[in-house]
Design a protein around this ligand. Structure first.
Ligand code: ADP
Ligand code: ZN
Length: 748
């Protein structure tokens, strides 16, 4: 490990000068002076003065080529070191790397690794009660002066010669108030002692998993074989229901046995209830979870145990990637194609890509898992940078669902309804057989647009260029971009006509309304992010599905992924064309992935499944590929090849690189001026070109005007360097925000 720079100007004190990175969006680390007695090394967490405050930072490594050093006289002293394990060198390199790649200040990246400031305080000691030497025997006869009441005797008896017990627990067991126990402490009969915090039950790597099929075993062995062998990336590419989870569980088990930590990233961990219960069954104890909804006490404890290297398995959302693992041995990214892995604000990064980078810095294997891998990953396999293992069969011989299109031009739904006769019939048949059906529409609320019948006025968000969506469940209008809500007005704000609003187009609530009218005897449930608000709601829903309390499910993408519903045999996609509109370069790929995943919910057990796609474009390559799927699984790869050709021709990712610059601010004239300045000095040549500025499709968001520029570069060009030098030459007023998004996935 490198030692901190020891710049000792002649004749000066023997204090060390070192760099401390603070978890703040500053340009870089700050210099401080430290007493050599402290023995500080890079990675140590330290308290330092910052202005009139005090901050916790990390001793950073000396700079390779230092700039002008801060004058000795201006240096302030490090206050002291925190009693937590130092941030490992591989983590410091990772933070520097992410900072350089995303063009974010290093301190902003460090902040993600130090997200629980409370974890730096010493854990509060746990105190427990123990009988002291002075305590009388509980059965001692007491003529009076001992004041041995019945309650006190019970406490003494309860405590006996057993191990120390927490006060509250003891009082409960002895059926006395806590005051009785405290009285005994005051009398010196009971003493309080510090005890070690109870050790949690850890996942057990030696516990046996299910018997794997030959195909699954080969895949598992390939993953296990990469453990301890340095950096590698392996794609587990297997059809929905093929047992990919069971396969990577084997690698986790082996990693636990090797005494190493495993990190599993899931796209929507708050909803991973089914995953968690499977894990617990397989390993005899739950993993530690990491996402925005866990309690502070849990975060604090988890952070420390990750840093101490004691926690064997963490499952989390993208932010778990920045936990300071002491003994990382494996990273798994499940559903690696998911857009939810892209963090869209603050430090903008793609957790799947950064997981690979993290694995490289830690010299451990990364495992990417999907039934519909992203084109980026598929091309990396083709280029030989990643290897892949395949699972071609569904577990226990279940077959892939039969996918068919319903041509809405030929057999449209009756006026003002959204389910075509064919789909209605299929639902009726499924319900009659006592099986479950799902209607899928990726649109929350009742209707995406509400307008006045009299004057045509549309209800818009006051803060965004977006329509308000009516939600009948809550009786409100909602902006899906900024969260604005308002009651539905009685009269049109434009023409004043009463009750003149009509809904246009369907949302899930409207589809459910139609379904209930058509199938009144079926038990129908709507599931969206509005109803599935957390782990508890998710668990509740899953148990109702498993217990056959739901016959007909109407849902958005939230139910489309990962879940295993053995009795679900029909999936009806209400609007298969929905994701294809708009100019997003990944529209076709994403639509394919989503519909493939949704269809994959059907027929995962003994009974065969069927998926029906309502579309106006049955000839579209996405629909064609899906229809071919059940007969010819290679249809997926053919579709990806066509997509790849298209992207290669235009130099889009992964054959070229992109960065999006968004200029936003409340004053449209200022925003336009900054955008024009940027446009004039934009990088061009040497494999780089810049498009724009142009108004963003969401040209006003939360009251801020937005302009976009898109930088397109060849894979060889140094995109970051070009952007860095470009932006450093632009003066940005304080009421304008410049956001840089490397490898953008959102073009709104
Ligand atoms: P995938 O992640 O590929 O969609 P899963 O791992 O969820 O597939 O497996 C689908 C279902 O089959 C799950 O209920 C899983 O427990 C079960 N399963 C898969 N492989 C086995 C096996 N070898 N033995 C028993 N059950 C299995
Ligand atoms: Zn809005």
């Amino acid at each position: 490990m490198p030692t901190p720079e020891t710049s000792k100007p002649p004749g000066e004190s023997s204090a060390l000068r070192l760099r401390v990175l603070l978890p703040l969006p500053l340009a870089g680390a700050y210099d401080y002076r430290a007493d050599p007695e402290l023995g500080l090394k890079p990675g140590d967490f330290v308290d330092v003065p910052l202005g009139r405050r005090r901050a916790i930072g990390v001793v950073w490594d000396p700079e390779k080529k230092a700039g002008e050093p801060v004058a000795e006289a201006k240096l302030r002293d490090v206050i002291g070191r925190r009693a937590v394990p130092p941030l490992p060198a591989e983590m410091r390199r990772f933070i520097d790397w992410v900072s350089a790649y995303t063009l974010s200040p290093p301190g902003a990246v460090l902040r993600m690794a130090m997200s629980v400031p409370e974890a730096f305080d010493l854990p509060r000691p746990v105190l427990a009660c123990r009988l002291s030497e002075a305590a009388p025997h509980p059965d001692t006869t007491d003529p009076g002066e001992l004041r041995l009441t019945a309650a006190r005797r019970r406490v003494l008896r309860e405590l006996g010669t057993g191990p120390p017990r927490p006060l509250a627990e003891l009082a409960l067991a002895a059926a006395v108030g806590p005051g009785v126990v405290r009285g005994l402490v005051d009398m010196g009969w009971i003493e309080m002692v510090e005890v070690a915090k109870p050790r949690a039950l850890w996942p057990d790597g030696a516990q046996k998993g299910p018997d794997l099929s030959a195909e699954q075993r080969a895949a598992a062995e390939a993953l296990v074989g990469r453990l301890g062998q340095g950096f590698s990336v392996t794609l587990v590419d297997g059809v929905t229901g093929s047992g990919k989870t069971e396969v990577y569980f084997e690698a986790i088990a082996a990693n636990i046995r090797a005494g190493k930590q495993s990190l599993v990233l899931l796209p929507e961990i708050a909803l991973g209830a089914q995953w968690l219960s499977r894990f617990e069954q397989r390993f005899g104890a739950p993993p530690a979870v990491w996402h925005s909804e866990i309690s502070l006490a849990q975060r604090r404890r988890t952070w420390r145990e990750v840093a101490e290297g004691t926690l064997p398995v963490i499952v989390g959302a993208r932010s778990a990637l920045f936990l300071p693992f002491a003994k990382l041995g494996l990273i798994v990214v499940d559903e690696e194609h998911e857009a939810a892995f892209k963090q869209e604000d603050g430090v903008i990064y793609h957790a799947r890509d950064m997981a690979v980078v993290r694995a490289r810095h830690a010299a451990v294997p990364a495992v990417l898992v999907s039934a519909t891998p992203s084109l980026e990953t598929v091309i990396n396999v083709e280029r030989g940078r990643y290897t892949s293992v395949h699972l071609a069969d569904r577990h226990a011989g279940a077959s892939l669902p039969e996918i068919q299109t319903i041509d809405l031009r030929k057999a449209p739904p009756p006026r003002n309804t959204f389910l075509s006769p064919k789909l209605r019939e299929a639902v009726a048949e499924t319900l009659a057989r006592g099986e479950q059906a799902m209607l899928f529409l990726n649109r929350r609320g009742y209707a995406p647009l509400t307008l006045c019948r009299t004057c045509g006025h549309r209800l818009n968000c006051p803060a965004c260029t977006a329509w308000l969506v009516e939600h009948r469940r809550t009786g409100k209008l909602q902006c899906h971009h900024c969260g604005y809500t308002a009651p539905v007005p009685r009269a049109c704000p434009s023409c004043g006509d009463d009750d003149s609003f009509v809904p246009c187009g369907p949302g899930v609530e409207r589809v459910a309304e139609e379904a209930v009218a058509l199938f009144p005897q079926a038990r129908t449930a709507i599931v969206t992010s509005d109803t599935m608000t957390g782990p508890r709601a998710a668990e509740d829903f899953l148990s109702r599905m498993a217990g056959s309390e739901i016959d007909l499910l109407v849902g958005t993408q939230i139910v489309a992924k990962g879940h295993h519903f053995p009795r679900l045999t029909l999936v009806g996609v209400v609007d298969a064309d929905l994701g294809l509109a708009g100019g997003d370069l990944r529209a076709a790929e994403r639509t394919y992935q989503l519909l493939h995943q949704v269809a994959g919910r059907a027929g995962r057990a003994e009974r065969p499944g069927r998926a029906l796609l309502q579309t106006y474009m049955p000839e579209h390559p996405v629909m064609q590929a899906l229809v071919a799927l059940s007969r010819a699984p290679e249809a997926r790869d053919r579709f990806l090849q066509t997509e790849a050709e298209e992207r290669r021709r235009h130099g889009w990712p992964p054959f070229g690189r992109l960065a999006a610059i968004v200029v936003a601010g409340p004053d449209v004239a200022v925003v336009d001026r900054v955008a024009r300045d940027l446009g004039r000095s934009a990088p061009s040549g040497n494999g780089i070109e810049t498009l724009g500025p142009a108004p963003a499709p969401l040209s006003i968001l939360r009251g801020r005007h937005r302009r976009r520029l898109l930088v397109k570069a060849s894979r060889e060009a140094n995109l970051q360097a070009a952007i860095d030098s470009w932006l450093s030459g632009i003066r940005v007023p304080s009421n304008v925000r410049l956001q840089v998004d490397i490898d953008p996935y959102s073009f709104l």
